[in-house]
Design a protein around this ligand. Sequence first.
Ligand code: TRP
Ligand code: ZN
Length: 881
Amino acid sequence: MRFESAQLIKLEDYKETPYTIKNVSLVFKLHAEATEVISSLTLSPRAGSDAGAPLELDGDELTLVSLKLNGAVLDEAAYSASADKLVVTSPPAEEFELEVVTRLNPTANTQLMGLYLSQGIYCTQCEAEGFRRITYYYDRPDVLSVFTTRIEADKSTSPILLGNGNPQETGDIEGTDRHFAVWHDPHPKPAYLFALVGGDLTCISEKYTTASGKPVDLNIYVEKGNENRAGWSMDSLIRSMRWDEKVFGREYDLDVFNIVAVSAFNMGAMENKGLNIFNDKYILADSDTATDTDYEGIETVVAHEYFHNWTGNRITCREWFQLCLKEGLTVFRDQEFSSDERSRSVKRIADVIRLKSRQFPEDQGPLSHPVRPTEYKEINNFYTATVYDKGAELVRMIKTILGADGFRKGMDLYFERHDGDASTIEDFIKCFEEANSADLSHFSLWYHQSGTPQLKANGCYDEAAKTFTLELEQTTPPTPPTPGQNEKTSFFIPIRFGLVGPNGDDLEFSKVEGADVKGDLLCLTQAKQTLVFHGIGARPVPSLLREFSAPVKLESTLSREDQIFLMRHDSDPFNRWQSAQVLMTEMLIEMTNSNVPAGKEAFIEALGHMAEDDTLDHAFRGFVLPLPTEQGIALEIGKDVDTDAIGSARDTLAMEIGLALYDSFKRIYESLEMPPIFSPDALSAGKRMFKLRCLSYMAASGKQEGAELTKAHFDAADNMTDLMGALIILVTQSHAGAEDALKSFENRHQGTALAMDKWLHTAARTPSETPIAALRTLTEHPAFSWDNPNRIYSLIGGFLSGNTRGFHAADGSGYDYLAEITLLLDKTNPQVASRMVKSFGTWKNMNAERKVKAEAALKRILSSDQQLSTDVKEIVERCLS
Ligand code: TRP
Ligand code: ZN
């Protein structure tokens, strides 16, 4: 484990290694407490490097057993070895072989980085810097090598042995109860893509033939008993492979593609070459234990990891500052895949909700950083919503600016030019510029400058002149912890727009002055621009940022009436949703300040209209209905936040909407019939969600019947989506049936960890006078464990993100508790501890009373006697900066 002394890593210090590693041959003798790893490296001095430079290999908590150079034991004077470094002082000037033997204890590995055991299954996680916990190596993404892996283990406990690449040989080890398997990966790769698995697993298999006719064996390995829960993942994998051939012209490149699901995993999944390892949450699904959202999540993550084979593996990153090169691009690709498989506008809304709820808070507080950062202390802290989700938005903007064909041309050039490379964002952008003869230099600022730009828009119609004048102004508030970025420069902002006429159609215009406009796209390049549209026959309502064409915060000066007009008539479904959100947020903020918002009745009526409009998708209507979350409202308020006031305003508005539209909601709820057999397809899922959202308002209305129907929905549920949907309503709205429902859910699902995770998540959201006492009681529940990340993300994460009033309780008890468990978790798993402590990231937005408590809790972490990991220390320090 790395501790607080870790230094600042800077992009500007990047240097190639003095040696290259052509081949790596690994032998793993797997034993639960003493695994031996024999690593044989073929090294050569890199042309142009200082001759005779020392060979310095990375390690982390390693124990060296022996070291040989060109077959001879190396004299102790010729090297030095510590837990985190191996230095061979003066290696030969010609190609040489180094044999490094290390011994590991997989059982004691609670960080879940390197080689560890998950429920008796040996598995590895090497991204970003886990390989150095296995053997001394150049553990950095720009050192590519051909790996051969021999795995030896007990036949009884590990009948299945898997590695990267293609299987080569298997056999028994004579005279023992052990066996071996050899895997060879012909594609040179960095160490972070290395993986192995050993265990008593079972699998489901399919045959796939690539577009050019190459056969591939597909296998998904799971713990025994789960084989009937992997079908959806296999289906998603096959659809992903076809889609990448069709949309990006990318084929798979090995004889086998293996996926393994494990239950102890820090993140979602990992794209190791030919051997993806998954958190079982993103593999296992059946209607009884998985919600529609889980099915969607599985489809997305399976696709994401598969797509990494080209964007990440065949073209990897030069160093970790380039993380968005593979992550932003691959998120964009998985979003596009889901859009093609489902409804594009609904998917866009879901992605924007995610961006605004996770990335916007990050970018508007002390944890803000550029999509392509230039310094870090702990790379694990940079697997963020900014790198992933804002990174995907930047790729989407490139496509918006260049058009679909131009984007494809740039991608083709990128694949052609950089296949086999460890690349940079600059390389990537250059491909789009060259393929399109375009200049993206101003656009590139998005990668380097942090913060969410605010876009102010003001429009004015001149009836006599038939002109419409649109003033646009951008400002990006300073983000203090980004070094040297207190003065922000103007971004290149692509804005899709329409001028909506009285009948709802976009108005034509004869010419426009003041900005570059192509069709429905205008590009804002300066701090302030005034556009004049000519030949406008009637007063328009401007609809800006259609499809959310740029990740900015739009502050419109539209009247409530105009906003309601857009909500009802905009031809862009995304902006209809956006208008409803703006209206709800504005009204909730007014209510938080104890004001009665103007136009509330008109808004509620418009909402009812949309709910009843059968020309709209069920899923779309389901997304329009709910109020913004308490966290979302808090972010919009931005300062002096009182979470109790936000909570009551939100409860009140939900009750008012529920009461006013009760009959509509009831009619919809009762008229929507579900097919007798569960199917997770988008249409059925949309219908289920829409019904539940109507039900949620009926329950919130205060009418007894609403609560009763919710309890009846819960009792009648024959799938997890309906069961959970009703449970969340009962629990978060504190209905009388909540306790019984929790009990009955528990009886039904105890013993199924992934289902009980949902129970923990929901129970953590229970409103309470003594939320921390309630949470402590839940940590004693048999379904909870401090040793498994999924349990912690569900219970603690559920509390931090879903019980806003509890976490931000004015007495500071939520902050104290988070400090306490951060220290506890940091002892065993710093990555998980660091993800939890990030919830302090919005503390500066709180009111004075809360800020004092949060600051004290953060300082208490720093001043603890316990030695902090670099992971936690870096986040806490940035929060306090
Ligand atoms: N590359 C993985 C992905 O996004 C991320 C990942 C999985 C990861 N496990 C990790 C990153 C552990 C850091 C540490 O697909
Ligand atoms: Zn990824």
